[in-house]
Design a protein around this ligand. Structure first.
Ligand SMILES: Nc1ncnc2c1ncn2[C@@H]1O[C@H](COP(=O)(O)OP(=O)(O)O)[C@@H](O)[C@H]1O
Ligand SMILES: [Mg+2]
Length: 391
């Protein structure tokens, strides 16, 4: 049985009367890797700051192990934070950066007496951390002689050496380049599992969230939109915002005609969804990889290809169906202007309730315009060159 460690209960935060977190309800289990995911400004950092004790909720409660901790200051919480701008001490070497927190005398919770760790204990714990973050042999290095990824690992070791029950990480890989980010994602996951502690991770990068997390919390405009495993969030998005933010989605207007039957563009499709009202208007998500291209006369829908982009594994093919443009990812090459048919299996269709996000996302008209713009941009230098020949 997973054990609940932290709970946010109806947590609201307002700044000057403006609500930036709106009644957040969330629990986090012991040893869980939980990610807060959402666009910039949605309230991720504020949520993390409430858990860390840097920000008091305007209303609502924060519980740790079932005990209300609203008024407990950060240094008395069993929580440590790695910020995006991890300030290492430039004048100290790697060992001393990690040992720093251990050298501060701590009050014994029972006697209240301030006690110092022995030098042997500090030595043992720092060396153990260096091993965990793969930096053995680097202990005497100056931190400004390290790469970005190595510095980030020192910052993580420095937070973990205090043996927190929970580590809060606010976009910790944001400053690293893509290749290093991927390596560090695996590294962080490995460290979290090896140490058996709870990670609460903040990112705006959906791929990062899906790759690392046990649980993903999708946020927008100060509200939780969905909580679930990466598979749940991808396969069963709750609304058009989640469907659009996680991966690529065609989102269409539909009408639920019966359990397992949804109508799109006046045609009936078999699906697995049920429990809607008769003839309820719905949003329908179809992922680009779930569409099969077939000869036009065999298709459930017929459309015209308007753009094709080779992506290595597949082609991003934009198809116009009755004025609505879909993205289809397929290994079949269909040239621009060809007429095609499509088929969709029942499990490739996902039906959602209408929401405030309906109609805002899921049409790929602008997607092909983006390609056109990229095409235009690459033409410009040639035009300039021609001009200079004329001179
Ligand atoms: N101290 C503050 N004073 C006023 N507004 C703030 C403060 N901190 C955050 N905000 C606002 O709260 C919203 C959420 O911010 P934040 O939690 O940092 O978002 P995220 O981390 O998801 O980008 C933003 O609109 C931000 O401008
Ligand atoms: Mg933030």
């Amino acid at each position: 049985m997973p054990k609940e460690l932290i709970r946010l209960s109806d947590c609201t935060v307002s700044f000057d009367g403006e609500v930036v977190l709106d009644k957040i309800n969330l629990y986090i289990n012991d040893k869980e890797f939980l990610t807060l995911l959402g666009p910039s400004g949605c309230g991720k950092t504020t949520t993390l700051r409430i858990i860390g004790g840097f920000q008091a909720p305007t209303a609502g409660d924060v519980l740790f192990d079932g005990v209300r901790i609203n008024d407990v200051p950060p240094h008395k919480r069993a929580v440590n934070t790695v910020f995006q701008k991890y300030a290492l001490f430039p004048h100290l070497n790697v060992f001393e950066n990690i040992a720093f927190g251990l050298r501060i005398p701590k009050a014994d919770p029972e006697t209240g007496k301030r006690e110092k760790l022995s030098e042997e204990e500090i030595q043992r714990r720092v060396m153990e951390m260096l091993e965990v973050v793969n930096l053995k042999g680097f202990e005497r290095r100056r931190v400004n002689q390290l790469s970005g990824g190595q510095q980030q690992r020192v910052a993580i070791a420095r937070a973990l050496v205090n043996q927190p029950k929970v580590l809060l990480l606010d976009e910790p890989l944001g400053a690293l380049d893509l290749k290093l980010r991927k390596d560090m994602q695996n590294e962080l996951k490995r460290i979290q599992q090896a140490m058996g502690i709870t990670f609460i991770y903040v990112t705006h990068d959906q791929e990062e969230a899906l790759a690392m997390s046990d649980t993903v919390v999708v946020m927008d405009q100060g509200k939780i939109q969905q909580i679930g495993t990466p598979e749940d969030i991808y396969n069963e998005p709750k609304n058009a915002f989640v469907a659009d933010f996680i991966g690529e989605s065609n989102i269409l207007d539909g009408i639920m005609r019966a359990d397992g039957v949804v109508e799109i563009f006046n045609r009936k499709f078999q699906c697995l969804d049920k429990g809607f009202l008769p003839d309820e208007p719905v949003d329908v998500v179809i992922r680009p990889e779930d569409v099969d291209i077939v000869p036009e006369d065999q298709g459930q829908l017929k459309g015209t290809v308007t753009s094709v982009t080779f992506k290595g594994v597949h082609y991003d093919t934009i198809v116009d169906f009755y004025g609505f443009k879909w993205l289809i990812q397929t290994t079949d090459f269909c040239p621009v202007d060809s007429h095609i048919g499509i088929k969709i299996d029942p499990d490739g269709i996902h039906v959602m309730k209408k929401s405030q996000y309906s109609g805002l996302f899921g049409d790929y008209s602008s997607y092909s315009e983006e390609y056109d713009e990229i095409g235009d941009a690459t033409l410009e230098p040639e035009e300039e060159e021609e001009e200079s020949h004329e001179e």
